[in-house]
Design a protein around this ligand. Structure first.
Ligand SMILES: [Zn+2]
Length: 174
């Protein structure tokens, strides 16, 4: 396992995307997450610790986990594509990627409303049609299996987020 802990420099990381807990450092966070698996830890760092990079280890792990989990699927390429989509959704946290969740786009003479999300800052959930075209399957198959698989992968990331938030909450009490 790579020694990612040694790569963490609390000063270069920000916890502000958690809603503002500036008294907590990344050292506190890593100390409170011993139960998280490597996949969970890398995901948390990628999502919340800006500027931390693990050279594709996170996506590699994500794909491997998905392939193991859906071992009954005969086309592993579709499974790894799904894993990449799930990771992408989880990392973006439902934010519109065009405006990074702000709802606005910076122009030379000020800000304009983001066209992609119409100013809401939220990304639209992936439609069956899009999922079908990315995976190269029909929409019916998305409904019967791929949507559930995507939700199963997303549930893992949600669990990691919950773990982090719980750790931060208990960390703040001490
Ligand atoms: Zn937007």
């Amino acid at each position: 396992m790579i020694d990612w802990l040694s790569l963490l420099t609390p000063k270069t990381c920000s916890l502000m995307s958690l809603g503002g807990t500036p008294d907590v450092t990344w050292e506190d966070v890593t100390a409170s997450l011993p139960r998280l698996c490597e996949h969970g830890k890398l995901y948390i760092f990628e999502k919340y610790a800006f500027g931390v990079s693990y050279d594709g280890r996170l996506i590699e792990l994500s794909k491997g986990i998905a392939v193991d989990r859906f071992a009954d699927e005969k086309d592993p390429v579709k499974v790894t594509t799904l894993a990449a989509i799930a990771l992408d959704i989880a990392l973006s946290d439902g934010r519109c990627k065009t405006c990074n969740g702000t709802g606005q786009i910076s122009r030379r003479n000020g800000f304009v409303e983001c066209n992609t999300c119409k100013g809401t800052g939220r990304a639209k959930p992936i439609s069956d049609r899009h999922l079908a075209s990315w995976l190269g399957v029909c929409a019916k198959t998305v409904k019967s299996s791929w949507r559930d698989r995507l939700n199963a992968l997303l549930a893992d990331y949600e669990a990691y987020d919950v773990e982090l938030h719980d750790a931060l909450r208990s960390g703040l009490k001490h």
